[in-house]
Design a binder for this molecule. Sequence first.
Ligand SMILES: [Zn+2]
Length: 415
Amino acid sequence: MKTAASTIAALFLVLFVLTTFVPYPAARESAQAVDFSAEQIDRGLQYTFERRFFFWGATALHLALLCVLAMTGAGRWLADRFLEWTGERRILAALGVGMVYVAAHELLWMPIGIARLYHAQSWGMSNLGLVDWLRDHAISLAVNSAWEAVIVSGLYTLMIALPRTWWLVAPIAGTGLGVAYAFLAPIVINPLFNDFTPLSQTEWRQLQPRVQKLIGKAGVEVEEILVMNASRQSNHSNAYFTGFGSTRRIVLYDNLLKKHSDAEVESILAHELGHWQHDHIVKGIMLAAFAAFLGFFLLDRILWFAVERPPWNLQSPADPAGLPLIVLLIFMGSWAVKPAENCVSRYFERQADQASLDLASEPDAFINAEKKLAADNIANVAPTPWNVWIFATHPPTVERIQMAKDWKEKQTKKE
Ligand SMILES: [Zn+2]
């Protein structure tokens, strides 16, 4: 067990050093080649460098907690206490073990979360005071815990009812839950933190005709375009496409509308419509379902391995003492698939960028929007390739700008 834990620790240490300290000067040069000032490049590099310590600190604490709970006898001991108190009710005992894990994680993470808030404030990126931040955090903790309780109860119900075939049914049930979440999040969860107003009822309503024209051109049925008061939390500029079925919508941050010209907003909106045209939410859910089949199959094998073997001494895969091991395996699994997952995400983003250029036909506005977004968000415009491979959900800004330049060149050749 000790070798397994130290291998995991060594692996994460290598990743931390590689992604935090190993420089890549060529990235800086390509950022300068698309007219980013040395000052802006350095500012982005410094801000991301400092923020990495919060991220890796939180990752290290989380991993240490999971290793203690899952790789020592702690999980067994905890589960036995809860089994005793609940009269051997396994689902309730699993929920008890889960609650201890969530509470311990919360205690460990909280100082890092508060330090990160003050750090963001010092860079002028956060508009939340400590009290409002704590309020937001408490709400999201409550929502996430409730959702996780549904997942844990469902998983243990399946494992108890179908000891041999649960892993075949779980991905289907999980996909159903994923769809339900995608459907409900924009109408139930997001409004807990922000106000969402239809674009036509905001001070930016003059954009509405242009927006309508663009949507008509894209040939998609948009339920709603909403403006979110993102300035409540921070100065980040963004836009996103969310929801499922009748709750599908495009959300624009108020920060974005305040700082960008109509043509730039149009170019960003066209990118979101591109996600829509390509059905990226449905494709994402389908890919996740496929990964879930593989993941649950492996989980079943490993849980059987832990039956009657120390330090877990599980009586069956449905033994609540296995919950910390399940969470550790999900944690490791999500890191293992991160590069592939983000590679798919970057592919989707490139498709949406292409669609944006084809729809709005405004490469200059596209380039300006990219530059402003990078400045507003103190983005790192010179990331190292390995950071991109592991973490980047979007192609680097420089690459996106180059794409618009190439598109423009192709157009002039056509003419
Ligand atoms: Zn996108």
